[in-house]
Every structure is written in C-alpha cells, then in structure tokens.
Write a protein that binds this ligand. Structure first.
Ligand code: NAD
Length: 332
C-alpha cells in the first residue's frame, strides 16, 4: 500500500524502513506536520501515517478523503489529535498502536522522579565544572512515600508496580480499577483524596473532554505543599499557567513534564540557535525544580521496533481486508 508518513525524523525512517523489509509497502516520508496546508501532500496515497502532533481536524479529514486516503495509521497510542466525527463522515478508517512498550513510558516517568528528587541533572553539570559541593542537592527517600497514579491502564499499572518496588504506598484514581493492582495493595480513591494524600502525583490517563486540564487552579491547592507532579500523559491534562503559579508560590515542590500543551512545532525540533517564542515554556525552564523532556518517554529501541512493526501490520490487515485488531474507527 502507498503510505505517506507525516512529521518524520531520521529515527522514524530507520525503524520503518527496517520493518518494511518484510511488509513491502511503498513508504514516502515528509518532515511536514499534517495540517490543512500540508494535507495535499497525501495526494495519491491510500494511507497516511501520523504521530502525536499531526492534527486531523474536520478540514484535514475532508482534504485527505479528497486526496484518495482511506486509512489513517497512527504510530502512537493516543488518538486525541483526530476528529473522529469528521473521519466517520468521510469514511476514513483509523488504526493505532495501543500498546508498544508500557515499560518505556513508565520507566521514563521514574527517571523524571529520580532526577528531580536527587537533582541528578544539576549534579551532573556541577561536577563537570569542578564543583563537588552538596549544598542544595538534598533529596528524600522514595521508600515509604505515597504515590498517586491517575489512570492505571497499561502504563499506569507498570508505573505503580515499579513504585511499589521502591517501597512506596500507591493510590490509584481510575473509573476502571485494576483487580491485580488492588490485590497488590493499591488503594483506589477519589481524585481529591489522591491529590490530598500523595507526595508524588503522576498522570497516565488519556486526554479526553473529561480529562482536559484535570489538574488546574481549583485542585492544585489540594496537593500537599512541596509535592511532586509528573505528566508523561498529554500536555493538556494540566493547566500549565496554574501550575506555574503553584511553582512560584512554592506550593508545588517539583514538576516533571514529558508533554506540554503547546508542544506542537516545538518538541522534536532543534531550536538551540533560535529565540524561543513560547513564553510559558521559557518561564518553566527557569525553575530549578522543573525538569522537561521533549515527549521522549516512548523513545526506546524496543518501543520503536514495536511501533513500526504494528503500524505496518495494521496497514497490511486493512489492505487485505483482515480483521483490524487495533482499529479506533472503521470507515465505510
Ligand atoms: P490505557 O488506555 O491502557 O490506560 C488509560 C487508563 O486511564 C485506563 O485505565 C482508563 O480507565 C483510565 N482513565 C480514563 N479516563 C480517566 C479519568 N478521567 N481519570 C482517571 N483515569 C482515567 O492507556 P496507556 O497505554 O496506559 O496510555 C496512557 C496515556 O499515556 C495515553 O493516552 C497517552 O496519552 C500517553 N502516552 C504518552 C507517551 C509518551 O511518550 N509520553 C507514550 C504513550 C502514551
């Protein structure tokens, strides 16, 4: 099948070309983000392959369908970037990669927590400059602390299990509690309770209308003074302005982000020789107790291998009229 890949980087090409040695589809790559202005690049392709910051709005869905596209193959788990009502109207099928490596994201979440707590990022720079002093590098034991996990699906569950390994008490908030986690000692509580009782709060639920800015000015004050907030889910799960205020007042003790509401056009690109125009992220980067990574939690060899393999399998199944295991919406 002819597939147009949007917002690709060198590593996408490397892993997809390798996976395609068996699948043998026709792959065409562009670095362009999918937008109304770039949708015509898909002319003549039956499928488009998209990542987290490509957008399928109603106008884009119309253009893709007019260009001859029948399949939208997301090379990610989340599908909040697709207007499903619009893809339905244009008979487009949407598939995704629901699980590639929950371990990759859960482990990166732990990396953020450990770095923030033990200030590893600061210690690294200090020692390289010949400064071996320990002042202001004080951390706390994770053992015995309470960790709140918002969304205990595939990633949240692995994360909860890792944190239990540290000797943490784990609280969960999820409309569908996990029986195995409950049996392992995870307490499911209300969001309010979780925020009040946790030393560390980590977000692992999908971005939907109900989870949009789930953490905001109305509930940030419920968190313990000095607590840590980690978001590796989606940027818009938190109200970033409200979080900046909580950091400025000292109420929020630490912030670890792998996702950011305005990350489109910023994350995945090198702006090291340019002036960053986004004042909000610029402000966030000034805090000593904030650690930001550029949506890299998924970025492991195992996850990329699985993403490429499953995406091409999804396309092959669609092409051959086989059952679509990873379908989000079936077109007509
Ligand atoms: P999943 O579907 O397995 O789990 C999501 C869980 O969230 C489910 O248990 C669901 O019941 C729960 N949930 C739904 N609505 C909720 C709400 N209002 N409050 C609390 N919980 C709620 O998904 P997953 O594979 O664990 O991925 C979770 C999210 O992580 C994805 O939606 C995606 O946005 C994000 N993600 C980020 C990266 C990254 O690189 N940073 C990579 C993959 C996924």
């Amino acid at each position: 099948m002819k597939i147009a890949f949007f917002s690709t980087r060198s590593y996408d090409r490397e892993y997809f070309d390798r996976a395609n040695e068996q699948a043998r589809h026709h792959l065409w790559y562009t670095e362009a983000l999918l937008r109304e202005e770039t949708a015509s690049l898909a002319q003549g392709y039956e499928a488009v392959c998209l990542f987290v910051n490509d957008r399928v709005t109603a106008a884009v869905a119309e253009k893709l369908a007019a260009a001859g596209v029948r399949l939208i193959a997301l090379r990610c788990a989340g599908y909040n970037q697709v207007d499903l009502a619009a893809t339905d109207r244009h008979g487009l099928t949407v598939v995704r990669v629901p699980a590639y490596s929950p371990h990759a994201v859960a482990e990166h979440t732990v990396a953020l927590i450990l770095a923030l707590n033990r200030k590893t990022h600061r210690a690294y720079n200090r020692v390289r400059e010949g400064n071996f002093a320990l002042e202001n590098l004080m951390g706390f034991d994770l053992y015995g602390k309470t960790v709140g996990v918002v969304g205990t699906g595939k990633i949240g569950k692995v994360f909860a299990q890792i944190m239990m390994g540290f000797g943490c008490r784990v609280l969960g908030y999820d409309p569908f509690p996990d029986a195995e986690l409950t049996a392992a000692g995870v307490d499911y509580v209300s969001l309010e309770d979780l925020l009040k009782r946790s030393d560390i709060v980590s977000l692992h639920c999908p971005l939907t209308e109900t989870t949009y800015r789930l953490i905001n000015a109305d509930n940030l004050h419920l968190m313990r003074r000095g607590a840590m907030l980690i978001n590796t889910g989606r940027g818009a799960l938190i109200d970033t302005q409200a979080v900046v205020q909580a950091l400025k007042s000292g109420h929020l003790g630490y912030l670890g982000l792998d996702v950011y509401e305005q990350e489109e056009g910023l994350f995945f690109y090198d702006f090291s020789h340019e002036i960053i125009q986004d004042d909000l992220i610029a402000r966030l980067m000034t805090f000593p107790n904030v650690l930001i990574t550029s949506h890299q939690a998924f970025f492991t060899h195992e996850a990329m291998t699985e993403i490429a393999h499953t995406t091409l399998q999804n396309v092959t199944a669609f092409e051959q009229g086989l059952p679509l295991e990873n379908v989000v919406r079936r077109g007509t």
